[in-house]
Design a protein around this ligand. Structure first.
Ligand code: HPA
Length: 267
């Protein structure tokens, strides 16, 4: 754990109080509404030295700490993407801070393109596994043997079970599938989508995978949910753009919030 993270955790505790956090939630593009649902205190990333300064519209760079469904959560309203800086480890410090605050669990959310005809725009998908299609790794350069992180079951099977059961309880259709990380910021070509499909992926996006690698490095349990904002390139005539992503994210976001609220007390 870096000294920076301990110092930031002390600063945050001085603002929000000493109660330990249990779960960190990272919000994807257009999913900021969830931060407003937390009864708690928002701290702008700008006040947290070393935190990323996400410049992607549709993200709200505040750390909100408080209660959601009786669980003490830290909601990260913005994330740093690899494509912003060329740094894959830009979310390391926020995740270290989560751990320093007492958190042992990270839930990542994202917007993604679907490669499954039966999983249209507005669907939500629980990640069962991922394919690191970018070939990049946020742990490159890390000097300890802890860098050799096993990734089998990196999406915690117990958490996935709870998410699936919670979705059934609240009558929301939750798909399960494999997410492929594409570096972005350009979207994929039609040929790339054909290739990724052949490799076995169900959804494609520009985030989450580096965070899950970093979170497993830190020993955090992980789960992740995608909201499908479009069919991937060549899968339909739907437009693919960041504007479209932001416009469509709320369709899945309402479902995601329902499932997450139902699941949180059981993790
Ligand atoms: N590709 C990559 N990232 C995305 C997409 C997509 O089609 N939709 C939303 N984020």
């Amino acid at each position: 754990m870096s000294r920076n993270a301990e110092e930031l955790a002390n600063k945050i505790r001085a603002i929000v109080g000493p109660a330990p956090v249990s779960i960190g939630i990272i919000l994807g593009s257009g999913l900021g509404h969830l931060a407003g649902a937390v009864e708690g205190i928002a701290i702008p990333y700008d006040e947290l030295e070393g935190f990323p300064h996400p410049k992607v519209s549709g993200h709200n760079p505040n750390l909100v700490i408080g209660n959601l469904e009786g669980v003490r959560v830290a909601v990260f309203g913005g994330r740093a993407h690899y494509y912003e800086s060329g740094r894959g480890d830009a979310m390391l410090l926020p995740l270290e801070v989560l751990k320093a605050l007492g958190g042992d669990t990270m839930i990542a959310t994202n917007s993604a393109g679907s490669m499954v005809p039966d999983m249209p725009t507005g669907s939500i998908m629980c990640l069962s596994d991922h394919i690191n299609f970018s070939g990049l790794n946020p742990l490159i350069g890390t000097q300890t043997d802890a860098r050799f992180v096993p990734m089998k079951d990196c999406y915690d099977p117990k958490m996935r079970e709870i998410l699936i059961q919670s979705a059934l309880d609240v009558k929301v259709k939750l798909h399960s599938g494999i997410y492929a990380w594409y570096s972005g910021p350009s979207f994929e070509t039609v040929a790339e989508i054909k290739a990724i499909r052949m490799l076995g992926a169900d959804a494609v996006g520009m985030s989450t995978v580096p965070e899950v690698i970093l979170a497993r490095f830190l020993g955090l349990r992980c789960a992740a949910i995608s909201t499908i904002t479009n069919m991937a390139a060549g899968m339909s005539n739907e437009s693919i753009s960041h504007e479209h992503t932001k416009a469509m994210a709320p369709l899945g976001a309402a479902k995601l919030e329902k499932v997450l609220r139902a699941a949180l007390p059981h993790f």
